[in-house]
Design a protein. Structure first.
Length: 522
């Protein structure tokens, strides 16, 4: 393969080498410098309309916009000269002429790029004394999107996203001059499956989410890297939490998976993470019913159940359980005649994002079905109930047991339920062990393309609930089959040592971008 031609340039005294064709604004990032900008976004076509990224390039007759100027060998770029700084101040002054100072009531406050750059290099006062002009206060653009024209700086990111990425050209710039606003087709609404991305793309508080409206201020949020569980795509996301409650999901950049976007189904797929009807303590059969106990007694009872089992055993696991938990469940049944099953919820039809290859809301609505398959589990929803009948031991890992009759479960000799919510069908279990959900633990998923990706704990699990990998490793320890595990990283290392598909991988090697299973050890 031919080598990519490179160019070396200097940006504010820092020498960087990047491929030819790279824009100056992206090259500056390699030097650790963020060039102020509004209309530019790496996931959208260049527009060059905001003029905020003006820089001085030695030898050029005038200031250049960094978003549309390609690098050149020996180029010298200066960001903080008097001329460049004055030009950017003028752009900010122009934007603020018509931008209302409603930061105290704006959802974007604390995350607003207009706030950031005015603070960084704007003027301390204005030459205009009149109040900013007003448009229609709020316009309803669709199921989850509101448009506040007062705050709009006409960067056109939303228009370009809908035109060139979503390929649903329902937005435009209406009117001209100081009357210009973002308009929507009179017979359309912003109900595209990927329309919520316009809220993320908006650099100010002009496009806002109805779902997040007035829920929290940006500085109150803790942001944690995670993986969307809405389907098998495995989009990288950030979980925003406030006071131990997940309040928002937003896309996190990963060029190999979802670039900078996520679908609306995944975006709103978080309320279940905050459910109040959780199992909060271990439960064991006592006096004809389930009674709460501590972890020591529960683990001993479960170990006795496993040790006393002979014959056929069944593991029915959720394809949304972590890879570490799936592996340790398999280990728990090692030595028995084990059937390893999972059930993947599916819907008919996919919803692709046309402008991004291999990105879609997938039919398989599970985050880790590929991980389960890599560990030897098979997907057979219809046969799950039949497999359970007559088994000497059934271990259910967070499967909701919908469609599995309580009678079938009662015909199994011993049922151990490990999960977050106790379904009606599992109320006859010999033991129930409470575990954390995906927002409350560290772990990994494997997406449909075989990419192993990490997610991190965003909030605290309720009561005595613990990560499933910890619960299962403690049962194995009680059985004398391994030491205690103190982190998901240790659980993953044990799995990578035993399972060839994961050989050579580690949490450290995965980082925040993940790795393909077939590239393990490369």
């Amino acid at each position: 393969m031919a080598n990519t031609e490179m160019a070396t340039l200097t940006i504010e005294g820092f020498e960087v080498t990047v491929p030819k064709g790279t824009m100056v604004i992206e090259a500056a990032k390699q030097a650790g410098i963020v060039v102020p900008h509004y209309c530019y976004h790496p996931g959208l076509p260049v527009a060059g309309v905001c003029r905020m990224c003006l820089v001085e390039i030695e030898g050029a007759p005038k200031l250049q916009i960094a978003c549309a100027t390609e690098v050149a060998e020996g180029q010298v770029v200066l960001l903080y000269t008097d001329e460049a700084s004055k030009a950017r101040k003028s752009v900010l002054e122009y934007l603020l002429i018509n931008h209302p100072l409603d930061c105290p009531i704006c959802d974007q406050a604390g995350e607003c790029e207009l706030q950031d750059f005015v603070f960084q290099e704007g003027q301390s006062n204005t030459r205009y004394g009149a109040f900013a002009k007003r448009f229609i206060p709020v316009e309803d653009f669709g199921p989850d999107v509101l448009y506040v024209a007062n705050r709009c700086i006409l960067c056109t990111r939303c228009v370009r996203f809908m035109d060139h990425v979503a390929e649903d050209d329902v937005l435009n710039v209406s009117e001209r001059g100081d009357r210009a606003v973002i308009g929507i087709h009179p017979d359309a609404t912003l109900d595209h499956e990927w329309a919520g991305n316009v809220v993320d793309l908006c650099p100010v508080g002009s496009l806002i989410s109805k779902d997040f409206l007035h829920k929290a201020r940006a500085w109150e949020l803790d942001k944690t890297p995670g993986i969307c569980t809405g389907c098998s795509q495995g989009c990288n996301i950030n979980l925003d939490t406030r006071e131990n409650v997940v309040v928002r999901l937003r896309p996190r950049g990963n060029d190999e998976v979802n670039r900078y976007f996520m679908c609306d189904t995944g975006r709103l797929h978080y309320r279940w993470m905050n459910r109040g009807d959780r199992i909060e303590a271990p439960l064991v059969i006592q006096g004809g019913g389930l009674q709460a106990t501590d972890w020591d007694h529960a683990l001993q009872d479960v170990a006795r159940l496993v040790q006393g089992s002979c014959g056929r055993a069944v593991a029915l696991v959720s394809p949304n359980a972590s890879t570490e938990a799936l592996y340790l469940t398999k280990e728990l049944l090692a030595g028995l005649d084990a059937t390893l099953r999972f059930r993947t919820p599916t819907v008919e039809g996919e919803h692709p994002l046309p402008g991004v290859p291999n990105l879609a809301l997938r039919e398989e609505r599970a985050a880790n079905a590929a991980g389960a398959k890599a560990l030897g589990y098979t997907s057979d929803s219809a046969a799950a109930g039949k497999a359970i009948q007559g088994a000497s031991l059934v271990v259910v890992l967070d499967d909701d047991l919908n469609g599995v009759s309580r009678e079938a479960l009662e015909k199994a000799a011993n049922l151990i339920y490990i999960g977050t919510i106790l379904p009606e069908a599992a109320r006859g279990a010999a033991a129930v062990l409470p575990v954390a959900n995906v927002a409350e633990e560290d772990g990994t998923f494997v997406n449909r393309d075989g990419r192993v990706q990490r997610y991190a704990q965003a909030k605290v699990a309720p009561g005595l609930a613990r990560p499933a990998w910890w619960v299962l490793s403690e049962v194995l320890r009680e059985l004398g089959r391994g030491e205690s595990l103190f982190s998901a990283e240790e659980a993953f290392a044990r799995m990578a040592e035993a399972e060839g598909a994961f050989s050579g991988l580690s949490h450290a090697a995965l980082g925040l971008r993940g790795q393909i299973l077939s590239q393990a050890g490369v």
